[in-house]
Design a protein. Sequence first.
Length: 125
Amino acid sequence: MWWPFRKPQSLGARGERIAARHLRWRGYRILARNVRLGAYEIDILAREGDTIVFVEVKTRRTGDPVPPEENVGPRKREHIRRAARHYWARHGEPGAYYRFDVVAVILEPGKKPIVHLFRDAFPGA
């Protein structure tokens, strides 16, 4: 049966869409979203000037006791680094810089989303 309404987006998908819009507003060029690199995924792959940026997006509702950015722990950081190494091995650009950013999105029903960008959120090594 055909349904005339859009399917609701998951919390994560909505947060990634909001994060991508925020990054574009801040001057980033979005290269890809939900990029599968080896066994891991990067939420947003972007460029800011001569820097390739691997962006992890964490979205939460207001009532969550832990801020979204605190959910990017050591294991998740290592997964992102491994994905980045996979990217560098295949698409590395001489002279380009690389960085890991985190975007935290907090969604309160009926309110404007709260977006925090953490540039260079963790080291690459």
